[in-house]
Design a protein around this ligand. Structure first.
Ligand SMILES: *Cc1c(COP(=O)(O)O)cnc(C)c1O
Length: 441
């Protein structure tokens, strides 16, 4: 009789998960606030949103915050605000959610993808520098899966080459890099606040900056109702209509939830941090499993959104990642595989003609004869990530006994993995998609 649940044994987790993984944590104050907005007919106003943005800026310590209808909207506005446009190239890691890159195409710019650092899954500084050309205008730095990117070195390279830095903080709200909050390093930062993320308020996004011109250009782009706040020097004669033709204001049922979330968020992510560290403290001696955590002092993984860890199949006689974690899940431990598919392989960035230019959109506005595939080149760490990365269970509460039981479930598979070798078909990861958040089944 096998020990492992996948092969018919008894599962390690024999208690209900309860609210251990439930997110976000909704309290009565949030429920009442949403009802109030609804009953007041104040969904499309800007009074609550304005307060939320001001509080968000104060939390992060920046001069300006502009609330958006989504993180995607905030990213596109950030790209426009740093003057990314026709003829320009944007460097972006290929391992990210599409909104870090795709909006550049609607601005007439091209995207050049860079590789990731295999130990952090964030932008590789070497690859970033290698992809710079005279046309590089900006870089998007993603703090991927809540890991803080190497901002000291990235900012040094960007400064040397006069490149604007857009931080995508959608995975890491409230995180730190060497004692300083993520989103405060670059020229501008964009955050997704949609309901799957750590800072979850429904659909919503936030743009942060210390730069007045960037802030005002973002208002001009998608917030026509606030053009009166923009200086004449920046808006010229063109106030009153949104420059992008977009309307990006945040829904007030979201911003009212955001104001309350802000009050309790720091305590919630501190508890998550404690829980995740407890889990890993039980597993660190297992060869072949390695956590992905910034050990240097003053850095953090904030809410541990979609947090990743590494699996080394060579330590398990070649047992595939999929088979190992199918067995872990069968024990009742929610360790999922599957991360964002590499964007540089999608037709939108290789061949597709979105606007009918008669040539690939990715090439429009670049010099004739540009070889797009050569611009991006090989990104080996990005291509390999799906076969070595898994997601730990995302604990929302610090409950020692339960966390330890989940860790024991993983250990049980690691100790009995040889039972899994015979049935291993070595199938490659199939659950990866263009989005990272899993659908509710
Ligand atoms: C979720 C996400 C976005 C987009 O945010 P939305 O609020 O869903 O529009 C952008 N970048 C990254 C890295 C994301 O994960």
């Amino acid at each position: 009789m096998s020990k492992l649940a996948l092969l018919g044994g008894k599962a390690a987790i024999d208690f209900p998960e309860g609210d251990m993984f439930k997110w976000p944590i909704v309290n009565q104050e949030m429920e009442a606030a949403v009802l109030e907005v609804l009953r007041d007919g104040n969904m499309s106003g800007t009074d609550i949103t304005g307060k939320f943005a001001a509080e968000f800026a104060a939390w992060n310590g920046t001069k300006y915050a502009l609330a958006h209808s989504s993180g995607t909207a905030a990213l596109q506005a950030a790209m426009f605000a740093v003057k990314l446009g026709p003829g320009d190239e944007l460097i972006c890691p290929s391992l990210t959610y599409w909104a870090s890159a795709v909006p550049a195409l609607s601005l007439g710019a091209a995207v050049v993808f860079a590789d990731i650092d295999p130990d952090t899954l964030c932008l590789s500084v070497e690859s970033f520098e290698k992809h710079i050309t005279p046309r590089t205008k900006a870089v998007v730095v993603v703090h991927y899966a809540s890991y803080p990117a190497d901002m000291d070195r990235i900012m040094a390279v960007a400064k040397k080459h006069h490149i604007k830095v857009i931080e995508d903080v959608s995975h890491a709200q409230g995180g730190y890099y060497k004692g300083r909050m993520l989103g405060t390093f670059g020229d501008v930062a964009a955050f997704s606040l949609m309901s799957g993320k750590s800072f979850a308020i429904g659909e919503g996004g936030m743009l942060l900056t210390d730069n007045q011109e960037i802030y005002e250009r973002a208002i001009l782009w998608g917030h026509y109702e606030r053009h009166s706040e923009v200086s004449e020097a920046v808006k010229g004669e063109a106030g009153g209509l949104p420059w992008g033709g977009y309307k990006y204001r945040m829904h007030q049922m979201s911003s009212t939830v955001g104001r309350i979330q802000l009050k309790k968020y720091s305590a919630e992510i501190a508890e998550i941090d404690q829980a995740m560290k407890r889990f890993w403290s039980q597993l660190r001696d297992i060869p072949g499993l390695r956590w992905c955590y910034p050990e240097d002092s003053g850095s953090s993984k904030a809410g541990w959104y979609a947090s990743c860890a590494f699996y080394d199949k060579d330590k398990f006689q070649g047992l595939s990642l999929n088979r190992f974690f199918a067995a872990v899940r069968a024990e009742g431990v929610p360790c999922h595989t599957g991360i964002n598919r590499p964007l540089h392989r999608h037709p939108l960035f290789t061949s597709w003609d979105i606007y009918g230019h008669g040539k690939p959109t990715a090439l429009v506005n670049l010099p004739d004869g540009t070889d797009l595939a050569a611009l991006t080149g090989e990104l080996p760490h990005t291509d390999r990530a799906h076969s070595r990365v898994f997601h730990e269970p995302w604990f929302k509460h610090y409950r020692e006994k339960e966390i330890d039981r989940y860790a024991e479930g993983v250990r049980k598979v690691a100790e009995n993995y040889e039972e899994l070798l015979p049935g291993d078909t070595q199938t490659e990861e199939t659950t990866s998609g263009w989005a990272l958040t899993r659908r509710r089944s």
